[in-house]
Design a protein around this ligand. Structure first.
Ligand code: GTP
Ligand code: MG
Length: 320
């Protein structure tokens, strides 16, 4: 046991009332308190500036802010990057071999474009043996729209002769009821990841499906866009950090909203705009095509050529 503060209430000067105010203002972790100025915290938590300074200084001591590391350590970590195959060779090729760990892959597109289906397939495939394109790991799913379907997992698993019951028992699903809850679930996921590491089937895939729906709905009428973007930004960075620390592939889905001022090209753009786009390592734009065909386009990838892949959403799952 350590006496290190682990929750906001463990910080000196933070009682239950202040903790609640902090939570409401979006401070969910000690790290988030550690990086603000006393003036901002004083106003957000309704405390004096001196108290705020004391709280921040304690948070700084307790927080895991990270720091500099040497290139060889970064290289060691990069060597551990794994790839999860999608069951479509063309889609894998587009992605440079599959969905990468220690990266965020954003799947965006209109309803029915296959985002959730690809996520289901990855939750199965991550569990496969290395030689079969898996990472012998578990999947974690933050489900914001209640679209996780165990029956669909069963179908996909049975088609590749995996034990559906076993596959399902290594997919950990949490419903997120609002954006705050969704952000908190990343912390829960970290706890789960610690347990899974011990279990021998480490969390190698974390899906947020949908990343943006709650944020969009909640800021429709109230709040400012800047506020929404700031929280979304924090959420993305929490996910990125989770991916780095646990060597996990992060897959987020995002709907598009129409952009009526676009006269040329596709008049849609992903929700969250550049905030999501700049943090995601791979952005895949999915479009519907004829029948079960879907077109995936890699957008703005720093180290892969832009291109398109055609794949299918079929009864056994994602295929070429
Ligand atoms: P939103 O979440 O609404 O934005 O859409 P999405 O991009 O997540 O779409 P999703 O992945 O749910 O794709 C839905 C499509 O997948 C359906 O229109 C079907 O074409 C296909 N699909 C879903 N389930 C099955 C299935 O069990 N069998 C087959 N053959 N196709 C399916
Ligand atoms: Mg969906």
């Amino acid at each position: 046991m350590t006496d290190e503060p682990t929750s906001l209430e463990d910080l000196p000067g933070v009682g239950p009332a202040t903790a609640e105010k902090l939570q409401e203002a979006g401070y969910t972790t000690i790290e988030s308190v550690a990086v603000v100025s006393p003036r901002v915290l004083a106003s957000d938590a309704d405390v004096g500036e001196q108290t705020a300074a004391k709280i921040i200084s304690a948070a700084k001591q307790a927080a895991d802010i990270g720091g500099f590391e040497t290139g060889d350590i970064v290289l060691e970590r990069r060597k551990k990057v794994g790839k999860i195959k999608t069951s479509s060779e063309t889609l894998d090729d587009l992605l440079g071999g599959g969905v990468e760990t220690q990266s965020i892959t954003e799947l965006y597109g209109e309803f029915g474009s296959g985002k959730t289906q690809v996520a289901h397939q990855l939750a199965v495939n991550v569990q496969r043996q290395l030689e079969d394109g898996g990472l012998e790991g578990s999947a974690l799913i933050i489900d914001t729209e209640n679209t996780f379907r165990p029956e669909r997992i069963t179908q996909m698993a049975e088609d590749i002769e995996m034990d559906a019951g076993e596959v399902l028992s290594s997919i950990h699903v949490a419903r997120a009821y609002n954006s705050n809850h969704q952000m908190l679930l990343v912390e829960k996921a970290s706890e789960l990841a610690d347990d899974l590491r011990e279990s021998g089937k480490p969390g190698r895939l974390l899906v947020a499906d949908s990343l943006t729906a709650h944020f969009r709905a909640e800021y429709m009428g109230r709040g400012t866009l800047a506020d929404r973007q700031q929280r979304l930004n924090k959420h993305m960075h929490d996910l990125m950090r989770f991916g780095d620390l646990n060597n996990t592939a992060i897959v987020v889905t995002n709907q598009v909203q129409s952009k009526p001022d676009a006269f040329f090209g596709d008049p849609t753009r992903p929700i969250g705009g550049h905030i999501v786009g700049h943090t995601a390592t791979f952005r895949i734009y999915l479009r519907k095509s004829k029948g079960d065909k879907r077109i995936a386009r890699l957008v703005d990838s720093p180290h892969l050529p832009d291109g398109e892949a055609v794949f299918s959403v079929t009864t056994p799952g994602i295929r070429d």
